[in-house]
Design a protein around this ligand. Structure first.
Ligand SMILES: [Zn+2]
Length: 399
């Protein structure tokens, strides 16, 4: 059974003896007679650190023991020094204690129950079973920071599970047996918990609610505490300042400036579409007016400069349906050549068949329906030469 020293405030280092060391997939699992390294539990991430010169990458509960995942083997029976990553522990402890404060305030002020907590290396969330408005979240954030400023002592008490019924707590973990830890944060929170907590609420530093969304029947809240909260505030301030700077306006006006630009962009897109439609209609009638005759058939074979597949298709669609008309449009964009084919029902070869001919001439791939086909090739094709060949072929075969 590992003696757990990690609940002692500000104890970041201890001496210990190696009890077991077993190779595993990613290194070695090491068991000690005692440890300051907190194993992952109760939603709190595990400490990392060192045992001797072996790096501790992870720590987990295993029955009565704490099992450390190390990158090097340690000699069984050896006396070693165990150290944790102090900055990381402080960060995790601040987030964890902050979660208690937020959950306690949600419960006492709005009657919400904590139904989930997730701590990641770069964010934390807490889920409650009630819907909270932005205004309510602002109140919770202010109250949480007041609880931090009050700097109340955080008391932990170890009792037998059978005694739990004597306590009124925000949360009692179900099915507990034997010794149970209870955590009290002044009149803000009380619950059973196996995590590490600050000694005083002031050590949380700051609590920032950074985002929220409706989740199941309640609310998911993103928050950060301590230095995380400050760094996030610094980062957000930089983002707002750079947006304001980009729009040559003050920070308070930055949001309105973005909205205004978005509205202007939407209006310009609508105008551009209207004018593109007009231009394509004009271009389509120009192409039809220049059609060459082959017997009863009229043939349009043309190249367009820098028209992508979608634009070429739009132009092809603007050409009015005509039972005697065959249209082949090509466009080269960089190394790609796109083609669109459209045929009326009196044309001897349908669009699909003409497409096979274009595929063969260009080494491209394409296909489609009887009245409409498209394709593309990737080559150093001489488009003008292909156009001449195609025009000659169609004049002959469609006449
Ligand atoms: Zn806790």
């Amino acid at each position: 059974m590992t003696e757990r020293l990690y609940y002692q405030h500000k104890l970041y280092e201890c001496e210990a003896r190696v009890v077991a060391c077993v190779p595993c997939e990613n290194g070695y699992t090491v068991t000690l007679d005692r440890t300051v390294i907190f194993p992952e539990s109760g939603g709190q991430l595990p400490d990392t650190g060192f045992i001797g010169d072996a790096r501790v990458l992870d720590a987990q509960e295993s029955g009565d023991d704490v099992v450390h995942m190390c990158d090097k083997p340690l000699e069984v029976g050896a006396d070693v020094v165990v150290k944790i990553d102090v900055e990381q522990r402080l960060d995790y402890t601040q987030q964890h204690t902050g979660e208690h404060i937020i959950s306690g305030i949600i419960s006492s002020m709005f009657g919400g129950t904590n139904v989930g907590f997730h701590m990641a290396k770069d964010y934390c969330t807490v889920d409650t079973d009630i819907v909270l408005s932005k205004e309510q979240l602002d109140i919770i954030e202010l109250e949480a920071n007041k609880a931090v400023r009050d700097n109340v002592a955080i008391i932990t008490k170890t009792v037998d599970a059978a005694e739990l019924e004597n306590y009124t707590l925000r949360k009692k973990t179900k099915g507990l047996q034997g010794e149970v830890r209870i955590v009290f944060i002044g009149n803000v929170d009380s619950c059973t918990c196996c995590g590490t907590h600050c000694e005083y609420s002031g050590e949380v530093g700051a609590v920032a609610i950074t985002d929220s969304m409706k989740y199941k029947q309640g609310t998911r809240i993103w928050f950060s505490c301590g230095e995380r909260a400050i760094k996030e505030a610094q980062n957000n301030a930089k983002i707002v300042a750079s947006i304001a700077n980009r729009f040559s306006t003050g920070r308070e006006e930055a949001y309105n400036a973005v909205v205004r630009q978005g509205d202007e962009l939407s209006a310009l897109k609508r105008e551009l579409k209207k004018r593109t439609d007009m231009l394509f209609e004009y271009k389509a009638s120009e192409l039809v007016n220049g059609a060459e005759s082959a017997g009863n058939a009229k043939i349009v074979v043309a190249t367009l400069d820098e028209f992508n597949m979608q634009e070429l298709k739009m132009l092809c669609e603007k050409i009015p349906q005509d039972k005697n008309l065959a249209v082949v449009l090509l466009s080269k964009v960089g190394e790609n050549v796109f083609y669109q084919i459209k045929t009326g029902k009196n044309i001897k070869q349908n669009a699909k068949e003409i497409c096979l001919v274009v595929n063969a001439m260009t080494g491209g791939k394409g296909g489609g329906r009887d009245d409409f086909a498209q394709g593309s090739c990737n080559s150093n094709l001489n488009v003008e030469e292909t156009l001449c060949q195609l025009s000659a072929y169609l004049k002959k075969s469609l006449a």
